[in-house]
Design a binder for this molecule. Structure first.
Ligand code: PEP
Ligand code: MN
Length: 264
């Protein structure tokens, strides 16, 4: 299989602008859950860049549990992300929710995110597989590692082999955390596949005060990168405020991360 280590023994390195994912450096993608306003995304982009992040995240199309919750700014959100990229040089990671939006999202995004609710949306996977954009493929909340790797296969079989996997926690019986972050998935994926693996400690825990320690643990487990939610004012965030780091907490975590990365 295309994603398997047997087929391709060397680690895959995915280039996004000047950023190499899967090489020697731990890549940090940071930004708000949702793009909310020009000031919010531009301020956050500058803050995460100053702290050492190398890509900007932000959702313009949001998969929300309740249809009455904020569902993103749509194309306006994509335009604001492009503006933040123009100001900071940070490549953009943003979610594509459906095949219908793909052409529009691909026009703005540097990396197409497939969210946990779409891990096995096979037609969406094939559609992103027909683009030449790098893809960040999240693990579904009830997806086994083997199923997740087969989801990557759907993308790769269409000719797009630039897939990074993202562990973001799975559903278990535990309720204190939003999800159970499965860090053992990191070395499992490393053994089975040559694709880079990113860890999302924000959705993986659901609690901002658990994020810094899971950032460090993810790097210790061998992750190629992290995707972390950061917001200028988490208490007023339109989505996922309870798991979002302030600028201060994010910048405090970054030097520690560098020390763990050095040790592994
Ligand atoms: C997100 O990244 O904001 C998101 C919705 O993530 P997930 O698909 O992992 O729930
Ligand atoms: Mn989120």
């Amino acid at each position: 299989k295309l994603a398997s280590r047997e087929f391709h023994p060397d680690d895959t390195v995915i280039h996004v602008g000047d950023v190499a994912v899967g090489g020697n450096e731990v890549v940090v993608i940071a930004g708000p859950c949702s793009v909310e306003s020009e000031a919010q995304i531009i301020q956050t982009a500058h803050a995460v860049k100053a702290a050492g992040a190398s890509m900007l995240r932000g959702g313009a199309f949001k998969p929300r549990t309740s249809p009455y919750d904020f569902r993103g700014l749509g194309e306006e959100g994509l335009r604001l992300l492009a503006k933040a990229r123009a100001e900071t040089g940070l490549p953009i990671v943003t979610e594509v929710l459906s095949v219908a939006d793909l052409d529009m999202v691909a026009e703005y995004a540097d990396v197409l995110q497939i969210g946990a609710r779409n891990t096995q949306n096979f037609l969406l996977l094939e559609a992103v597989g027909k683009t030449q954009k790098p893809v960040l493929l999240k693990r579904g909340m009830s997806t086994q590692i083997e199923e997740w790797l087969l989801a990557a296969e759907y993308i790769m079989a269409q000719g797009n082999e630039q897939v990074m996997l993202c562990e973001r926690g799975i559903r278990t019986f535990e309720t204190i955390t939003r999800n159970t972050l499965d860090l053992s998935a990191v070395p499992v994926v490393k053994r089975l596949s040559h694709l880079p693996i990113i860890v999302d400690p924000s959705h993986g825990t659901g609690k901002w005060y658990l994020v810094p320690s899971m950032m460090l643990a993810a790097v210790a487990s061998g992750a190629d990168g992290l995707i972390v939610e950061v917001h200028p004012n988490p208490d007023h965030a339109l989505s996922d405020g309870s798991q979002s780091l302030t600028f201060e907490n994010f910048s405090a975590a970054m030097p520690k991360l560098a020390r763990v990365a050095e040790a592994v």
